[in-house]
Design a protein around this ligand. Structure first.
Ligand SMILES: Cc1ncc(COP(=O)(O)O)c(C=O)c1O
Length: 445
Protein backbone atom coordinates (compact mmCIF):
# COMPACT_ATOMS: atom_id res chain seq x y z
CA UNK A 1 0.00 0.00 0.00
CA UNK A 2 1.27 3.46 -0.87
CA UNK A 3 2.04 5.87 1.98
CA UNK A 4 -0.64 8.28 0.69
CA UNK A 5 -3.29 5.53 0.81
CA UNK A 6 -2.23 4.49 4.35
CA UNK A 7 -2.45 8.01 5.69
CA UNK A 8 -5.86 8.50 4.00
CA UNK A 9 -7.16 5.36 5.81
CA UNK A 10 -5.66 6.53 9.11
CA UNK A 11 -7.31 9.94 8.62
CA UNK A 12 -10.72 8.37 7.97
CA UNK A 13 -10.29 6.07 11.04
CA UNK A 14 -9.52 9.13 13.14
CA UNK A 15 -12.65 10.91 11.85
CA UNK A 16 -14.76 7.80 12.58
CA UNK A 17 -13.37 7.59 16.14
CA UNK A 18 -13.82 11.31 16.77
CA UNK A 19 -17.17 12.11 18.37
CA UNK A 20 -19.77 13.52 15.96
CA UNK A 21 -20.25 16.35 18.42
CA UNK A 22 -16.57 17.27 17.74
CA UNK A 23 -16.87 17.04 13.96
CA UNK A 24 -16.42 13.25 13.55
CA UNK A 25 -18.65 11.01 11.43
CA UNK A 26 -21.87 10.05 13.24
CA UNK A 27 -22.55 6.35 13.80
CA UNK A 28 -25.85 6.71 11.91
CA UNK A 29 -27.91 9.39 10.22
CA UNK A 30 -31.20 7.55 9.78
CA UNK A 31 -33.61 8.13 12.72
CA UNK A 32 -34.33 5.14 14.98
CA UNK A 33 -37.88 3.72 14.81
CA UNK A 34 -40.62 5.30 16.92
CA UNK A 35 -41.13 3.68 20.31
CA UNK A 36 -44.80 2.57 20.29
CA UNK A 37 -44.46 -1.19 21.01
CA UNK A 38 -47.87 -2.57 20.01
CA UNK A 39 -48.16 -0.34 16.95
CA UNK A 40 -45.20 -1.93 15.12
CA UNK A 41 -47.02 -5.28 15.21
CA UNK A 42 -50.41 -3.96 14.16
CA UNK A 43 -51.68 -5.28 10.83
CA UNK A 44 -54.42 -6.98 8.85
CA UNK A 45 -55.66 -8.98 11.87
CA UNK A 46 -56.54 -5.82 13.82
CA UNK A 47 -58.16 -4.32 10.70
CA UNK A 48 -60.30 -7.43 10.25
CA UNK A 49 -61.29 -7.49 13.95
CA UNK A 50 -62.39 -3.85 13.89
CA UNK A 51 -64.23 -4.37 10.58
CA UNK A 52 -66.05 -7.37 12.06
CA UNK A 53 -67.43 -5.16 14.84
CA UNK A 54 -68.44 -2.36 12.49
CA UNK A 55 -70.12 -4.90 10.17
CA UNK A 56 -72.11 -6.21 13.13
CA UNK A 57 -73.28 -2.63 13.90
CA UNK A 58 -72.99 -3.55 17.58
CA UNK A 59 -70.39 -1.30 19.14
CA UNK A 60 -71.76 -1.24 22.70
CA UNK A 61 -70.77 -4.05 25.04
CA UNK A 62 -74.16 -4.88 26.57
CA UNK A 63 -76.54 -5.06 23.62
CA UNK A 64 -76.70 -4.56 19.88
CA UNK A 65 -78.10 -5.71 16.58
CA UNK A 66 -75.72 -8.65 16.43
CA UNK A 67 -73.69 -8.52 19.67
CA UNK A 68 -70.15 -9.90 19.28
CA UNK A 69 -69.26 -9.91 23.03
CA UNK A 70 -65.75 -8.65 22.24
CA UNK A 71 -65.29 -6.88 25.60
CA UNK A 72 -66.51 -9.88 27.58
CA UNK A 73 -64.28 -12.24 25.61
CA UNK A 74 -61.28 -9.93 25.96
CA UNK A 75 -61.86 -9.84 29.73
CA UNK A 76 -61.72 -13.66 29.96
CA UNK A 77 -58.70 -13.87 27.65
CA UNK A 78 -56.72 -11.22 29.55
CA UNK A 79 -57.67 -12.80 32.92
CA UNK A 80 -56.42 -16.17 31.63
CA UNK A 81 -53.19 -14.59 30.38
CA UNK A 82 -52.51 -13.04 33.80
CA UNK A 83 -53.93 -15.98 35.78
CA UNK A 84 -56.27 -13.75 37.77
CA UNK A 85 -59.93 -14.38 38.71
CA UNK A 86 -61.56 -11.10 37.66
CA UNK A 87 -60.83 -8.61 34.91
CA UNK A 88 -62.80 -5.48 34.09
CA UNK A 89 -62.04 -3.65 30.85
CA UNK A 90 -62.33 0.15 31.06
CA UNK A 91 -61.72 3.13 28.79
CA UNK A 92 -58.20 4.13 29.95
CA UNK A 93 -55.48 3.55 32.51
CA UNK A 94 -56.43 6.77 34.27
CA UNK A 95 -60.02 5.52 34.49
CA UNK A 96 -58.75 2.17 35.80
CA UNK A 97 -56.89 3.92 38.64
CA UNK A 98 -59.99 5.94 39.59
CA UNK A 99 -62.23 2.89 39.52
CA UNK A 100 -59.80 0.77 41.56
CA UNK A 101 -59.43 3.43 44.26
CA UNK A 102 -63.22 3.79 44.41
CA UNK A 103 -63.56 0.01 44.78
CA UNK A 104 -61.00 0.13 47.59
CA UNK A 105 -63.05 2.81 49.37
CA UNK A 106 -60.44 5.58 49.20
CA UNK A 107 -61.65 9.01 50.31
CA UNK A 108 -60.94 12.08 52.46
CA UNK A 109 -58.83 11.64 55.59
CA UNK A 110 -56.64 8.96 53.99
CA UNK A 111 -53.02 9.03 52.83
CA UNK A 112 -52.11 6.85 49.86
CA UNK A 113 -48.41 6.30 49.19
CA UNK A 114 -47.23 6.83 45.61
CA UNK A 115 -43.70 6.66 44.17
CA UNK A 116 -41.58 9.67 43.17
CA UNK A 117 -41.30 8.17 39.65
CA UNK A 118 -44.83 7.56 38.34
CA UNK A 119 -47.26 9.27 35.97
CA UNK A 120 -49.53 12.23 36.69
CA UNK A 121 -52.61 9.97 36.57
CA UNK A 122 -51.47 8.12 39.71
CA UNK A 123 -51.46 11.27 41.86
CA UNK A 124 -54.60 12.53 40.08
CA UNK A 125 -56.55 9.39 40.96
CA UNK A 126 -55.80 9.85 44.68
CA UNK A 127 -56.59 13.59 44.63
CA UNK A 128 -59.82 13.06 42.68
CA UNK A 129 -61.04 10.75 45.45
CA UNK A 130 -60.42 13.45 48.05
CA UNK A 131 -57.44 11.64 49.58
CA UNK A 132 -53.84 12.82 49.91
CA UNK A 133 -50.94 11.33 47.95
CA UNK A 134 -47.75 10.86 50.00
CA UNK A 135 -44.51 10.44 48.08
CA UNK A 136 -42.10 7.58 48.73
CA UNK A 137 -38.60 7.57 47.27
CA UNK A 138 -37.36 5.12 44.64
CA UNK A 139 -34.20 3.02 44.57
CA UNK A 140 -31.97 1.77 41.76
CA UNK A 141 -34.89 -0.31 40.39
CA UNK A 142 -36.45 3.11 39.55
CA UNK A 143 -39.55 1.86 41.36
CA UNK A 144 -40.70 2.43 44.93
CA UNK A 145 -38.03 1.65 47.55
CA UNK A 146 -39.51 -0.74 50.17
CA UNK A 147 -37.47 1.00 52.91
CA UNK A 148 -38.65 4.51 52.03
CA UNK A 149 -42.18 3.13 51.72
CA UNK A 150 -42.07 1.72 55.25
CA UNK A 151 -40.75 5.04 56.60
CA UNK A 152 -43.55 7.06 55.02
CA UNK A 153 -46.44 5.06 56.45
CA UNK A 154 -48.46 6.94 59.08
CA UNK A 155 -51.60 6.20 61.10
CA UNK A 156 -53.56 7.82 58.24
CA UNK A 157 -52.10 5.63 55.48
CA UNK A 158 -54.65 3.23 53.97
CA UNK A 159 -52.80 1.95 50.94
CA UNK A 160 -49.93 1.93 48.49
CA UNK A 161 -49.84 2.36 44.74
CA UNK A 162 -46.77 0.63 43.35
CA UNK A 163 -45.93 1.54 39.74
CA UNK A 164 -43.95 -0.91 37.60
CA UNK A 165 -42.12 1.82 35.71
CA UNK A 166 -40.55 1.89 32.28
CA UNK A 167 -41.33 -1.74 31.52
CA UNK A 168 -39.67 -3.53 34.45
CA UNK A 169 -41.32 -4.79 37.65
CA UNK A 170 -40.79 -3.22 41.07
CA UNK A 171 -39.45 -5.30 43.96
CA UNK A 172 -43.04 -6.40 44.44
CA UNK A 173 -42.45 -9.23 46.88
CA UNK A 174 -40.69 -6.93 49.38
CA UNK A 175 -43.39 -4.28 48.85
CA UNK A 176 -46.16 -6.84 49.40
CA UNK A 177 -44.54 -7.76 52.75
CA UNK A 178 -44.60 -4.12 53.89
CA UNK A 179 -48.25 -3.77 52.84
CA UNK A 180 -49.27 -6.98 54.61
CA UNK A 181 -47.30 -6.12 57.75
CA UNK A 182 -49.14 -2.79 58.06
CA UNK A 183 -52.50 -4.06 56.76
CA UNK A 184 -52.56 -1.63 53.82
CA UNK A 185 -54.11 -2.21 50.43
CA UNK A 186 -51.69 -2.68 47.56
CA UNK A 187 -52.65 -1.46 44.10
CA UNK A 188 -50.26 -2.27 41.24
CA UNK A 189 -50.10 0.12 38.30
CA UNK A 190 -48.92 -2.04 35.40
CA UNK A 191 -49.63 0.49 32.62
CA UNK A 192 -46.00 0.45 31.50
CA UNK A 193 -45.32 -3.22 32.19
CA UNK A 194 -48.06 -5.29 30.53
CA UNK A 195 -46.91 -8.90 30.47
CA UNK A 196 -44.14 -8.33 33.02
CA UNK A 197 -43.54 -10.86 35.79
CA UNK A 198 -41.50 -11.68 38.90
CA UNK A 199 -40.50 -15.32 39.40
CA UNK A 200 -43.00 -16.33 36.73
CA UNK A 201 -45.99 -14.56 38.33
CA UNK A 202 -47.48 -11.72 36.30
CA UNK A 203 -47.47 -8.16 37.62
CA UNK A 204 -50.98 -7.08 38.53
CA UNK A 205 -51.61 -10.29 40.48
CA UNK A 206 -49.44 -9.59 43.55
CA UNK A 207 -51.56 -6.76 44.94
CA UNK A 208 -55.19 -6.53 46.00
CA UNK A 209 -55.86 -4.99 42.60
CA UNK A 210 -53.92 -4.26 39.42
CA UNK A 211 -54.51 -1.67 36.71
CA UNK A 212 -53.37 -1.51 33.08
CA UNK A 213 -53.41 1.01 30.23
CA UNK A 214 -53.74 0.22 26.53
CA UNK A 215 -52.92 3.77 25.39
CA UNK A 216 -50.74 3.98 22.29
CA UNK A 217 -47.33 3.99 24.04
CA UNK A 218 -48.03 0.70 25.81
CA UNK A 219 -46.90 -2.88 25.10
CA UNK A 220 -50.31 -3.63 23.53
CA UNK A 221 -52.75 -0.97 22.42
CA UNK A 222 -56.08 0.09 21.00
CA UNK A 223 -55.13 3.79 21.11
CA UNK A 224 -56.97 4.17 24.43
CA UNK A 225 -58.17 1.54 26.89
CA UNK A 226 -57.52 0.11 30.33
CA UNK A 227 -58.16 -2.74 32.74
CA UNK A 228 -58.72 -3.43 36.42
CA UNK A 229 -57.92 -6.91 37.77
CA UNK A 230 -58.34 -8.59 41.14
CA UNK A 231 -58.72 -11.98 42.78
CA UNK A 232 -61.30 -10.59 45.24
CA UNK A 233 -64.91 -10.90 44.09
CA UNK A 234 -66.17 -8.03 46.24
CA UNK A 235 -63.55 -5.61 44.87
CA UNK A 236 -64.48 -6.66 41.34
CA UNK A 237 -68.19 -6.09 42.01
CA UNK A 238 -67.52 -2.64 43.41
CA UNK A 239 -65.15 -1.78 40.54
CA UNK A 240 -67.75 -2.99 38.07
CA UNK A 241 -70.48 -0.76 39.54
CA UNK A 242 -68.12 2.25 39.78
CA UNK A 243 -66.89 1.94 36.19
CA UNK A 244 -70.45 1.94 34.87
CA UNK A 245 -73.47 3.67 36.42
CA UNK A 246 -72.93 2.70 40.07
CA UNK A 247 -74.99 -0.52 39.90
CA UNK A 248 -74.50 -4.20 39.08
CA UNK A 249 -75.81 -5.73 35.85
CA UNK A 250 -77.38 -9.14 35.23
CA UNK A 251 -76.18 -11.71 32.66
CA UNK A 252 -78.22 -9.93 29.95
CA UNK A 253 -76.47 -6.63 30.64
CA UNK A 254 -79.54 -5.15 32.37
CA UNK A 255 -79.02 -2.97 35.47
CA UNK A 256 -79.88 -4.49 38.84
CA UNK A 257 -81.54 -1.74 40.85
CA UNK A 258 -82.64 -3.60 43.98
CA UNK A 259 -79.24 -4.55 45.43
CA UNK A 260 -78.67 -2.14 48.36
CA UNK A 261 -75.00 -3.18 48.51
CA UNK A 262 -74.37 -2.03 44.93
CA UNK A 263 -76.08 1.33 44.95
CA UNK A 264 -72.96 3.43 44.32
CA UNK A 265 -71.76 6.18 41.95
CA UNK A 266 -70.54 5.46 38.46
CA UNK A 267 -67.63 6.99 36.57
CA UNK A 268 -68.85 6.22 33.04
CA UNK A 269 -65.73 4.56 31.67
CA UNK A 270 -66.90 1.35 29.97
CA UNK A 271 -64.84 -0.10 27.13
CA UNK A 272 -66.47 -0.40 23.70
CA UNK A 273 -66.56 -3.39 21.37
CA UNK A 274 -64.38 -1.81 18.70
CA UNK A 275 -61.36 -1.32 20.91
CA UNK A 276 -61.86 -4.66 22.66
CA UNK A 277 -61.73 -6.41 19.27
CA UNK A 278 -58.36 -4.76 18.53
CA UNK A 279 -57.06 -5.60 22.02
CA UNK A 280 -57.97 -9.26 21.57
CA UNK A 281 -55.64 -9.41 18.56
CA UNK A 282 -52.91 -7.40 20.27
CA UNK A 283 -53.01 -9.80 23.23
CA UNK A 284 -52.16 -12.69 20.91
CA UNK A 285 -49.05 -10.72 19.83
CA UNK A 286 -47.99 -9.43 23.26
CA UNK A 287 -45.44 -12.18 23.98
CA UNK A 288 -43.80 -11.63 20.60
CA UNK A 289 -43.77 -7.84 21.12
CA UNK A 290 -42.12 -7.99 24.55
CA UNK A 291 -39.73 -10.77 23.43
CA UNK A 292 -38.40 -8.61 20.61
CA UNK A 293 -37.81 -5.63 22.93
CA UNK A 294 -36.23 -7.96 25.50
CA UNK A 295 -33.84 -9.42 22.93
CA UNK A 296 -32.73 -5.97 21.77
CA UNK A 297 -32.41 -4.49 25.25
CA UNK A 298 -30.41 -7.36 26.72
CA UNK A 299 -28.03 -7.47 23.77
CA UNK A 300 -27.35 -3.77 24.39
CA UNK A 301 -27.16 -4.22 28.20
CA UNK A 302 -24.61 -7.03 27.83
CA UNK A 303 -22.38 -4.78 25.72
CA UNK A 304 -22.74 -1.87 28.17
CA UNK A 305 -21.90 -4.02 31.19
CA UNK A 306 -18.30 -4.06 29.90
CA UNK A 307 -18.04 -0.25 29.88
CA UNK A 308 -16.86 1.43 33.10
CA UNK A 309 -18.74 4.51 34.27
CA UNK A 310 -22.05 3.37 32.76
CA UNK A 311 -24.37 1.96 35.43
CA UNK A 312 -27.41 -0.03 34.42
CA UNK A 313 -30.79 0.09 36.15
CA UNK A 314 -31.18 -2.82 38.61
CA UNK A 315 -33.71 -5.26 37.22
CA UNK A 316 -35.50 -7.35 39.86
CA UNK A 317 -36.13 -10.29 37.52
CA UNK A 318 -34.63 -9.93 34.01
CA UNK A 319 -36.87 -12.69 32.63
CA UNK A 320 -39.92 -10.62 33.58
CA UNK A 321 -38.68 -7.29 32.15
CA UNK A 322 -40.90 -6.27 29.20
CA UNK A 323 -38.04 -3.99 28.06
CA UNK A 324 -39.47 -0.92 26.27
CA UNK A 325 -36.77 1.29 27.85
CA UNK A 326 -33.09 1.18 28.73
CA UNK A 327 -31.96 3.37 31.64
CA UNK A 328 -28.29 4.14 32.24
CA UNK A 329 -26.92 6.20 35.14
CA UNK A 330 -23.67 8.22 35.41
CA UNK A 331 -21.55 9.53 38.27
CA UNK A 332 -22.81 13.12 38.07
CA UNK A 333 -25.40 15.25 36.20
CA UNK A 334 -22.75 16.91 34.01
CA UNK A 335 -21.50 13.55 32.71
CA UNK A 336 -25.07 12.37 32.02
CA UNK A 337 -25.76 15.57 30.07
CA UNK A 338 -22.56 15.24 28.02
CA UNK A 339 -23.14 11.54 27.27
CA UNK A 340 -26.73 12.25 26.19
CA UNK A 341 -25.66 15.11 23.93
CA UNK A 342 -22.86 13.05 22.40
CA UNK A 343 -25.11 10.02 21.82
CA UNK A 344 -27.72 12.19 20.14
CA UNK A 345 -25.05 13.66 17.86
CA UNK A 346 -24.07 10.07 16.94
CA UNK A 347 -27.62 9.62 15.59
CA UNK A 348 -29.22 7.89 18.60
CA UNK A 349 -32.45 9.83 18.05
CA UNK A 350 -35.76 9.28 16.37
CA UNK A 351 -38.28 11.39 14.42
CA UNK A 352 -39.31 14.61 16.23
CA UNK A 353 -42.62 13.19 17.53
CA UNK A 354 -40.78 10.26 19.11
CA UNK A 355 -38.76 10.06 22.27
CA UNK A 356 -35.74 7.78 21.77
CA UNK A 357 -33.00 9.28 23.97
CA UNK A 358 -33.52 11.83 26.75
CA UNK A 359 -32.08 12.97 30.04
CA UNK A 360 -34.56 11.80 32.67
CA UNK A 361 -35.08 15.34 33.95
CA UNK A 362 -36.82 15.99 30.61
CA UNK A 363 -39.28 13.13 31.23
CA UNK A 364 -42.25 15.42 32.05
CA UNK A 365 -45.12 14.17 34.15
CA UNK A 366 -43.25 11.02 35.22
CA UNK A 367 -41.25 12.99 37.81
CA UNK A 368 -43.18 14.15 40.89
CA UNK A 369 -41.68 17.65 40.90
CA UNK A 370 -42.65 18.23 37.25
CA UNK A 371 -46.34 17.80 38.10
CA UNK A 372 -47.27 21.45 38.64
CA UNK A 373 -50.80 20.67 39.90
CA UNK A 374 -49.27 18.44 42.60
CA UNK A 375 -46.47 20.80 43.63
CA UNK A 376 -48.88 23.77 43.71
CA UNK A 377 -51.74 21.67 45.18
CA UNK A 378 -54.30 23.09 42.77
CA UNK A 379 -58.03 22.30 42.80
CA UNK A 380 -60.78 22.10 40.24
CA UNK A 381 -63.25 23.74 42.63
CA UNK A 382 -63.06 27.06 44.43
CA UNK A 383 -62.93 25.48 47.88
CA UNK A 384 -59.48 23.94 47.52
CA UNK A 385 -60.60 20.27 47.35
CA UNK A 386 -59.09 18.02 48.62
CA UNK A 387 -56.21 19.91 50.24
CA UNK A 388 -58.41 22.10 52.44
CA UNK A 389 -60.91 19.44 53.56
CA UNK A 390 -61.06 19.28 57.33
CA UNK A 391 -60.60 15.47 57.20
CA UNK A 392 -57.27 16.09 55.49
CA UNK A 393 -55.90 18.65 57.90
CA UNK A 394 -52.59 17.58 59.36
CA UNK A 395 -51.89 15.05 56.56
CA UNK A 396 -48.50 15.26 54.86
CA UNK A 397 -48.54 17.35 51.70
CA UNK A 398 -44.95 17.71 50.52
CA UNK A 399 -44.30 17.62 46.81
CA UNK A 400 -41.52 20.11 46.03
CA UNK A 401 -38.20 18.92 44.62
CA UNK A 402 -36.13 17.61 47.52
CA UNK A 403 -38.96 15.48 48.98
CA UNK A 404 -37.39 12.35 47.42
CA UNK A 405 -33.60 12.90 47.32
CA UNK A 406 -32.66 9.51 45.81
CA UNK A 407 -35.10 10.05 42.94
CA UNK A 408 -33.85 13.63 42.48
CA UNK A 409 -30.27 12.40 42.14
CA UNK A 410 -31.15 9.45 39.85
CA UNK A 411 -33.23 11.67 37.53
CA UNK A 412 -30.35 14.14 37.10
CA UNK A 413 -27.78 11.44 36.44
CA UNK A 414 -29.75 9.11 34.16
CA UNK A 415 -30.59 8.76 30.49
CA UNK A 416 -33.63 6.94 29.16
CA UNK A 417 -33.52 5.32 25.72
CA UNK A 418 -36.61 3.78 24.11
CA UNK A 419 -36.23 0.23 22.79
CA UNK A 420 -38.78 -0.06 19.96
CA UNK A 421 -40.23 -3.50 19.25
CA UNK A 422 -38.98 -3.19 15.67
CA UNK A 423 -35.25 -2.57 16.26
CA UNK A 424 -33.08 -4.41 13.74
CA UNK A 425 -29.72 -5.98 14.60
CA UNK A 426 -28.16 -3.10 12.72
CA UNK A 427 -30.04 -0.56 14.91
CA UNK A 428 -28.88 -2.40 18.04
CA UNK A 429 -25.27 -2.47 16.79
CA UNK A 430 -25.42 1.26 16.09
CA UNK A 431 -26.65 1.98 19.63
CA UNK A 432 -23.83 -0.18 21.06
CA UNK A 433 -21.25 1.41 18.77
CA UNK A 434 -22.40 4.92 19.76
CA UNK A 435 -22.11 4.06 23.47
CA UNK A 436 -18.63 2.56 22.90
CA UNK A 437 -17.49 5.66 21.03
CA UNK A 438 -18.84 8.01 23.67
CA UNK A 439 -17.39 5.84 26.43
CA UNK A 440 -13.96 5.89 24.81
CA UNK A 441 -14.00 9.68 24.47
CA UNK A 442 -15.73 10.73 27.69
CA UNK A 443 -15.70 7.96 30.28
CA UNK A 444 -12.58 5.83 29.99
CA UNK A 445 -9.74 6.91 32.23
C1 LIG B 1 -47.78 4.43 34.99
C2 LIG B 1 -49.00 4.92 34.29
N1 LIG B 1 -50.18 4.87 34.92
C3 LIG B 1 -51.31 5.29 34.33
C4 LIG B 1 -51.31 5.77 33.04
C5 LIG B 1 -52.57 6.30 32.44
O1 LIG B 1 -53.01 5.58 31.35
P1 LIG B 1 -53.93 6.25 30.23
O2 LIG B 1 -53.07 7.12 29.39
O3 LIG B 1 -54.48 5.06 29.50
O4 LIG B 1 -55.00 7.00 30.94
C6 LIG B 1 -50.11 5.82 32.32
C7 LIG B 1 -50.07 6.32 30.94
O5 LIG B 1 -49.07 6.66 30.39
C8 LIG B 1 -48.92 5.39 32.97
O6 LIG B 1 -47.74 5.44 32.35
Amino acid sequence: MQNDEKSAIQDSDAVAARLAIDGGTPVRTEPLPLEFPGIHHMGAEEVEAAARVVRSRSLFRYYGVELQKEVETFESEFARFLDVSHMLAVSSGTAALGVALAALGVGPGQEVIVPAYMWVSVAAAVVNRGAIPVLADIDDTFCIDPKSLAERISSKTTGIIVVHMSGAPADIQAIRKVADGRKLFLLEDCAQCIGGSVNGKRVGTFGDMGVFSFQMNKNMTSGEGGAVVTNTRRLYDRAFACHDLGYARNEHGRLILNNPDMCLWGQGCRLDELRASVLRVQLTKLTQITASMHRSKYRIREALEKLSGINLRRIVDPAGDTSPFLITTYQDPETAKNVNKALRAEGIVTHPQGLSNILMTEWGFHLYYNIASLVQMTSVDRGGFPWTLKENSGLRMQYAKGTCPVADSLFERSILIAIPSSLTERDESDIIRAFEKVHQALLSV
